[in-house]
Design a protein. Structure first.
Length: 195
């Protein structure tokens, strides 16, 4: 039921109840509280989006760094492999001579009637030597053939570069059928640092 009081304000009945809330600015307070609440909600939402965007960025950066790390490790492994090859090449280059060039020089120095049967390296700690064993076959010219062979060795540029001394160490005679054969030993002393 609806009551309508048409009496003027002064003649109307007054309630005995006191309305304490009527004096408080409820509307303004409610609006401020709601505005603060929505403001905090917006700040929290923006902060959450910011944190989530930062996390995504950090994850992508982490993935990029992991890929770069894989590439760096692959490059490092390749660099190590190349470094080992370079070290092997330096060892090969650092040799004072190549055995193939020594054999070639020895072959070029062999004269008629000279047969090499063996060659070896002697290293007694003080002196390093190349020992040449062989045989001479000639009709009375065996000692001359030995001298000529030693002269050829001394005149060879590689032998003169590698060896400080080339000398006949021993010579023994033996007879095979009707030929006199002389077995010889020639010692070639390596210069320091050449072997």
């Amino acid at each position: 039921m609806i009551e309508i009081n048409l009496l003027p304000e002064g003649l109307r009945k007054k309630d005995n109840k006191i309305n304490l809330l009527s004096e408080l600015p409820i509307k303004r307070s409610a609006v401020i509280v709601v505005a603060i609440f929505f403001g905090l909600q917006i700040l929290a939402t923006v902060g959450a989006f910011s944190v989530s965007a930062r996390l995504k960025w950090m994850k992508t950066e982490t993935v990029k760094l992991q890929e770069m790390n894989k590439e760096i490790l692959a490059e490092k492994a390749l660099t190590g492999f190349v470094q080992k090859k370079i070290e092997k090449a330096n060892v090969a280059i650092g040799r004072p001579f190549l055995w193939s060039s020594l054999l070639n020089a020895l072959s070029d120095s062999i004269t008629k009637g000279v047969w090499l049967t063996n060659f070896s390296i002697i290293n007694d700690g003080k002196i390093k030597q190349l020992k040449l064993d062989g045989s001479l076959v000639g009709r009375g010219e065996e000692t001359a053939l030995a001298g000529k062979f030693i002269k050829e060795l001394k005149s060879n540029p590689l032998f003169s570069e590698l060896f400080s001394e080339i000398e006949l160490a021993a010579m023994r005679q033996k007879r095979i059928k009707e030929f006199d054969v002389y077995d010889f030993v020639i010692l070639c002393n390596f210069k320091k640092g050449k072997l």
